[in-house]
Design a protein around this ligand. Structure first.
Ligand SMILES: Nc1ncnc2c1ncn2[C@@H]1O[C@H](COP(=O)(O)OP(=O)(O)OP(=O)(O)O)[C@@H](O)[C@H]1O
Ligand SMILES: [Mg+2]
Length: 260
């Protein structure tokens, strides 16, 4: 529970003439659940892409566990202990739930293609270890009974839990969740909230993007607000709820986008 795990310093990102992010500074401390909110197009997913190495920043830098990570590949950043989920579901429908989770485990897997074709005892041991870890992640989120079901048959609520399990199976230090509760009904949303709290209780730090304000306010220790690429506020949930700039930024948006 000490020190900045993640530090975003002066990050900017342009797409041609469009400024998606401008001079964004923020930090995440170990043990926190931090919310990143803002109207549609504010730059939240772009910032997640930059933190996770999917996109390079055009300005500024990101450090994770004291190391500069901007400019490194998503794979290298994942290997340092950063996992993420994507706003759009990224599931292989024909593969089983378990195999979908195994896709997220390879940060720890060392077996190459040859080793997969001609598995040695060491490789088989490693595969067993990865399967155990994947099953553990599925039980953690409460869907171990679906391990052998094709992922394509799952309803949205369980697909999102599968994505959470996959990100957890890599045993991250920091977990980034991009709208993991989008489209979920109230029961599924509260299951997700319980899971996110349980993740934090395991010692994993969480940075999440979410439009459901009730969920954000109930879950987050601290909130950062982006609007049109700029950070307009940062603080505790109760401070953010009464912040004039935040209220004004959201007035232009459809309320359903904010609260649904
Ligand atoms: N690859 C890209 N090429 C061009 N423009 C992009 C690209 N990715 C994002 N943008 C633009 O950057 C801005 C920020 O987009 P981003 O997806 O980060 O917003 P967001 O806050 O995640 O929005 P939402 O809440 O709708 O998911 C938007 O104007 C978007 O159209
Ligand atoms: Mg987004």
């Amino acid at each position: 529970m000490q020190g900045d795990l993640l530090r975003v310093s002066g990050v900017g990102r342009r797409f041609g003439g469009l400024v998606a992010l401008r001079d964004v500074h923020m930090t995440v401390r170990a043990g926190e659940i931090v919310g990143l909110i803002g109207p549609n197009g504010a730059g939240k997913s772009t910032l997640f892409h930059i933190i996770s190495g999917v996109l390079p920043p055009t300005e500024g830098e990101v450090t994770f566990r004291g190391e500069r990570i901007s400019g490194r590949s998503p794979h290298e950043i994942a290997a340092l202990g950063l996992s993420r989920t994507f706003q759009n579901i990224q599931v292989f429908g024909d593969l089983s739930v378990l195999d979908n989770v195994l896709v997220g485990c390879h940060r720890h897997g060392r077996a190459g293609l040859l080793a997969t074709a001609f598995p040695s005892r060491r490789v088989r041991d490693e595969e067993r270890r990865l399967r155990e870890r994947a099953l553990k992640a599925l039980s953690f989120v409460g869907i171990a009974d679906l391990a052998f079901t094709p992922a394509g048959l799952l309803p949205l609520g369980q697909l999102r839990l599968l994505e959470l399990a996959r990100a957890l199976a890599a045993e991250p230090i920091l977990l980034l969740l991009d709208e993991i509760a989008a489209g979920l009904n109230p029961v599924e949303t509260s299951t997700m909230a319980e899971n996110i709290r349980a993740v934090r209780d395991q010692g994993i730090t969480v940075l999440l993007v979410e439009h459901d304000m009730d969920l954000v306010m109930a879950l987050c220790d601290r909130i950062v607000v982006l609007d049109q690429g700029e950070k307009i506020a940062e603080g505790f949930p109760e401070e953010i709820q009464r912040d004039e700039r935040v209220i004004r930024a959201y007035l232009g948006a459809e309320w359903e986008e904010v609260s649904a």
